[in-house]
Write a protein that binds this ligand. Sequence first.
Ligand code: ZN
Length: 638
Amino acid sequence: MTLTLNHMDKIRRSILENIPKDAEVTRIEFEGPAIAIYAKKPEILIEHGHIIADVVSFIKRRIVIRPDPDVRLPEEEVDKIIRSITPKDAGITNIFFDPSIGEVYIEAEKPGVVIGKDGVNIKKIVEQTKWKPLVLKTPAMKSDVLHYIRGTIYTESKERERILRTVGERVFRPPTYGAREVRITALGGFREVGRSAILVQTKESNILLDCGINPGTSRPADAFPRLDLPEFDLENLDAVIITHAHLDHCAFVPYLYKYGYDGPVYCSPPTAALMTLLQMDYLDVLARQGRPAPYDAKNIKECILHTIPIRYGVVTDITPDTRLTFHNAGHILGSAIVHLHIGEGYYNIVYTSDFKFGKSLLLEPSVCTFPRVETLIMECTYGAPEDVMPPRVQSEQTLISIINETLEKGGKVLIPVPAVGRAQEIMLVLDAYIGRGLLAEVPIFIEGMISEATAIHTAFADYLSSKIRDSILRQGVNPFKSEYFTVLKGYVDREEIAEGEPCIILATSGMLEGGPSIEYFRYLAPDERNAIIFVSYQIEGTLGSRVQKGLKEAQMLNEDGRIEIIKVNMRVETVSGFSGHSDRRQLLSYVKHITPKPERIIICHGERNKCIRIASHLARAYQVKAIAPENAETIRLR
Ligand code: ZN
């Protein structure tokens, strides 16, 4: 204990020696992965940003400035002061607070006007209110999930404060052993797609990369990661890192809280929001199917309170010997490639998780340059030699011509999509082709969950491709709000839509596992004029995968919960080029282009044979150590 205090005291002392005395620093706390300096005159520290920058480069830790809670004005007064300082034409739409860290968020139509020339208004706000203002652009679409997350953090601000302190003290504890012995254990998602989870251990740290479920099975032994293995010890877990919000990467995190985990979840800011949306939907789907849930809504709330969002490119201490940096993965909004720097140059791991090494309408291609990398852990969903996707334009044309043919026959088109990623990508494509007169103008129905995910895309527009970002933020044109889309909210009579005029329906889930897509499928499947078009990966065992492979009769539950046999007479098509994954060529190209070149490649997230075959191909063709371990295997990296 004394050792711990000495270590922290040393950090505190070197900060105090280097910052201006007149800022009246009251205390220095460890707050999550950063060091928080509390001051009675925070404006002095904020104004002298260069001094703080010097201290940061000296102690090599992230520092945040916090106004001392004793000097902060009450929230109602702050609200008034902000509105009086800011010019009317700034168009403030919302002011909300995070008391756990003393930040006030100002949402406005014109953020630049709120900030003022050279930040003059911001300075005034800090001086007069002693709150730290952050200015956001008013999102063009309202997100219920973001509202819920902010509300939760606000009402539980004391608990949030406790969590950040506890995490901080753990992150900055003095190292006992130093960086030694790096091992990884495959807990899930090896030689399979689903339940991704990798344990990274050093003498000092225990870190979990992803914690997902397998949506293709309901047998607990196969559906959830192998947390029963002796290597995994929940009590000693330092951190959970989530690469992106798909269920097979994040759906099992709340379960950890159910069993007493009190540590942080690190992910990008958009992932934090999307993860909550998808976890809630996961519980909804299970409840509707009458299946038992591994956790409940309370555990999702705990997950929210323990989540620490980190932007791409920000280097963050997460344990005494490990630093984490996220990089764009190009897979879905907020998806990240994880770079772990262990020890001072002792070892480096890059985990791609799901990634696309190519451009899509929605996102930029994944990052391939890192300061150092010894081991690359790479997915291979589309790793087989035959997994070569057609060029993007060709995929778009195929999609559009199948839709046009179907509509001409008087049929309806069902496109099952994951709510996050493919849905928005397909929306952009449909909007563009109608705009150019190449796609018949029929109603495009979009169900609630997709529109919520789309609102989150709009709120985090700075994570989208430069073209879409500019369109939303600069030109004020939001392609997701196109007049061609009909968003269905509340009660929806799906049977009426299925029996109505020709139309296009975008509905979740993408694999026909729960969600409205199943219901539409039930109504549309028997009529041969209709078409179903798969645009995303279908995990083995899901109804989507079986239909894709030519299933002629599907057993499904009807409204009364009885089993009904549905004849599949509709046209069944797959258009592959929209995937958020790298195809075979892009995977190989990534291995070729990643800098620096890794010594070892570990393959995961692919069907058994794909994993084994691409590993042996890489070993032969690229002269690297390449392996495709199985679940439950431990590999010593160093
Ligand atoms: Zn994914």
